[in-house]
Design a protein around this ligand. Sequence first.
Ligand SMILES: [Zn+2]
Length: 172
Amino acid sequence: MIARIALRRAGSAKARMESVVEQLALPDDWTDDDFVRAVEAARERTMLLLPLPSTAAVGLCGVWFATESADVVFHRPAFDPAIRRNTIGHECWHVLCNHGSDTKLTPDELATLLTGIDLAEHGLDIGEFRAARGLTDYDDPEEYEAEMFATMIATRATPLAARKRDRLLRAF
Ligand SMILES: [Zn+2]
């Protein structure tokens, strides 16, 4: 459950998302880590960011797993920080909205996906995994929203960073 964020039910998707971004109270020029810590604080649950193993299905960018005590976001290691931020933003929207499992991930697929990940090292147990979302289907409104939120997050970050640069440049 979201402890510290009031999710609006009414209004356009954009207005609802803007209200969430506002409540996350991100600092100027926030990093991915700031964003994850803000989501973590809002959820009052541990959040782990882990790289997807190289065996994960092609086309899979990110997966969110909910365990009893933690949210785990797997993302494909990307050289492009914009792709990484997009994946994190997308999965965090599912986390923030407490979107349930998509039914497309079978226990076998789950096991395959987690192959090569040392769960114990991160204090996780496969038996704890309650819900997972991963395979993106844009016909699903929750997927569409998650992607919209990721884009909003990404475009919010850029103007702020650019403004900071401008201020810095003006100072010289
Ligand atoms: Zn998704």
